[in-house]
Write a protein that binds this ligand. Structure first.
Ligand code: TA6
Length: 275
């Protein structure tokens, strides 16, 4: 079943498209320049993930901590969220979405929870996702805002802010320590044990993307490179140089456990600076 058309949000400098499906921020342009990346090969079918924008990975990341959970990255990104608010003021539009155990028990069974997601579109993009435990028992989850960013040539970008951080290299399955800026010279799939501020310097597009996060323990950096891109039907073979995922989350041993009545918020913001 094809998806309902996305909501289009226009502010002074921004145009964004957001699907209620997955509460998926699909595209965002600032001064007509794409900041989020979208694949021309993405599918738009209920039950399948979109390829690009900012997928919400919840309540697990990838195959989950056990390594055998499907669908990859959990069910939140392929579920119908409810728009519960839309506010426009002084050049910023805020969309509010909810996903609840009552409406979507299959997403995380055996617990009573509400996920609220605020998408703020203006001169910056600000995302805030809150998970609340409304039940009588603890529950745990992994979470990531899996942002796909547009870059001029991923082979020429420098990713600052992770110097000295340890990381799991999911390509080699080794734990490593980062020295200096992260550069992309092959398939790259790393879960860093640090979050906060990351700056993607893009000499081809003449800009820096400044990413600020709160409530995250991990930064994930991903580019599939040639072979992985060629193996994904919803990813064009020649698209990989133009994209870079810089994700914020709480994954693997940084998964979150909420006691009854507790809530936790993950924030992810992108600001564009011309160089
Ligand atoms: O965040 C990086 C990653 O976990 C990669 O391992 C790769 O699987 C990517 O996510 C995309 O996952 P998806 O299920 O959307 O194809």
């Amino acid at each position: 079943m094809t998806l309902d058309a996305p909501r289009e949000v226009r502010t002074g400098r921004s145009v964004a498209k957001v699907y209620d499906y997955g509460a998926h921020v699909w595209s965002w342009t600032l001064d007509s320049e794409p900041v989020l990346w979208t694949s021309e090969r993405s599918v738009f079918e209920h039950g399948k993930a979109l390829r690009g924008g900012v997928p919400i990975c919840w309540p697990w990341f990838g195959p989950g901590r056990s390594g055998n959970l499907t669908p990859a990255h959990g069910l939140a990104r392929i579920s119908d969220w409810t728009l519960t608010g839309l506010d426009e003021s002084s050049g910023t539009t805020v969309l509010r979405y909810t996903l609840t155990a009552a409406a979507s028990p299959e997403v995380l069974s055996g617990a009573d929870w509400t996920v609220t997601y605020e998408v703020s579109i203006g001169d910056d993009l600000e995302l805030a996702l809150t998970v609340a435990n409304q039940g009588e028992t603890d529950f745990s989850y992994e979470l990531a805002l899996h942002a796909y960013l547009t870059v001029g040539d991923v082979r020429q970008v420098a990713i600052g802010g992770l110097d000295g951080a340890t990381y799991l290299d999911k390509v080699t399955r080794q734990r490593e320590s980062q020295t200096g800026d992260v550069t992309i010279t092959a398939e790259t799939d790393r879960v860093y044990d640090r979050a906060g501020e990351v700056v993607v310097t893009d000499p081809v597009l003449g800009r820096r993307l400044r990413i600020r996060t709160e409530g995250a323990a991990n930064t994930v950096v991903w580019n599939p490179w040639v072979a992985k891109a060629g193996a994904m039907p919803d990813f064009g073979d020649d698209e990989w140089p133009g994209m870079l995922c810089v994700e914020a989350g709480n994954v693997l041993d940084q998964a979150v456990t909420l006691a009854p009545g507790e809530a936790a918020t993950l924030r992810y913001g992108v600001a564009v600076e011309l160089t």
